[in-house]
Design a protein around this ligand. Structure first.
Ligand code: C5P
Length: 229
């Protein structure tokens, strides 16, 4: 039985992967399953938290007791996160957010034309939600005292890139995992290192996503500010 050390706390968790539509049938997406975010939601509930789970395209069963908000795109995810984070003690951004979206949306299905080269797809930057909530390089939080956690999937120089990303985003903790053939995306298991702004590095060996989720909460709890009400 988990310690109820998140009782009286509101935590916001994003899960899944955004889809950025090109036309009514196509989108730019990613391989995030949402399983790590859902594991974070279940473990937070078990530890007594009020949980807002903002899910993008997961198709996973709702964790009993969480407030669920469904979104599709990065822009919708941003709106939902900013709204829910206004009174949150902690925000954990486990969702894989598309860095770019198609500049234009075709209201009719894009057709291939015989003998013609396909038109290039122009992309524009999506907002960086984590950096906005955490204050980016300035560290100026939208809500002072809120604990902000990011995730980073890296393929090389995992720790060095993770440290830089932690600073750039301005979050308190960054869960860094190496993306590989068997690891991370869609799998039931994960292996990661949790980096903290004070320099602490907590390695989490290969194991269930629930175990990693509990390590994240173990590191969040001592960083929480006083209870608001
Ligand atoms: O920069 P990168 O995509 O590697 O950062 C990953 C972290 O930042 C994740 O926590 C993800 O949820 C968050 N993110 C975001 N908005 C973006 C891109 C990433 O909040 N546009």
């Amino acid at each position: 039985v988990a310690e109820p050390d998140l009782t009286g706390r509101h935590v916001v968790i994003s899960a899944g992967g955004t889809r950025e539509p090109l036309d009514p049938v196509r989108y730019l997406g990613n391989r995030s399953s949402g399983k790590q975010g859902y594991a974070l939601a279940r473990t937070a509930l078990a530890r007594g938290a009020r949980v807002t789970l903002i899910e993008a395209n997961t198709g996973l069963p709702d964790p009993a007791g969480a407030d669920i908000v469904r979104v599709g795109t990065a822009v919708q995810l941003r709106e939902a996160v900013l709204k829910a984070a206004a009174d949150a003690d902690a925000v954990v951004m486990a969702a894989a957010v598309a860095d770019f979206r198609p500049e234009t949306y075709a209201t009719g299905k894009i057709k291939k034309q015989d003998g013609q080269e396909p038109a290039p797809v122009a992309l524009v930057r999506n907002p960086d939600i984590l950096a906005e909530v955490a204050g980016g390089g300035t560290g100026a939080r939208l809500r002072p005292g809120q604990v902000v956690v990011g995730f980073a999937a890296e393929t090389d120089d995992v720790l060095a890139n993770g440290r830089k990303k932690l600073q750039r985003k301005g979050c308190d903790l960054l869960v860094v995992n190496e993306v590989g053939e068997r690891k991370t995306f869609g799998s039931e298991e994960n292996e990661a290192v949790v980096l903290a702004t004070d320099g602490a590095e907590t390695p989490v060996p290969y194991g269930p996503k629930e175990t990693l989720a509990d390590v994240v909460w173990d590191l969040v709890v001592p960083r929480l500010g006083p209870e608001s009400a």
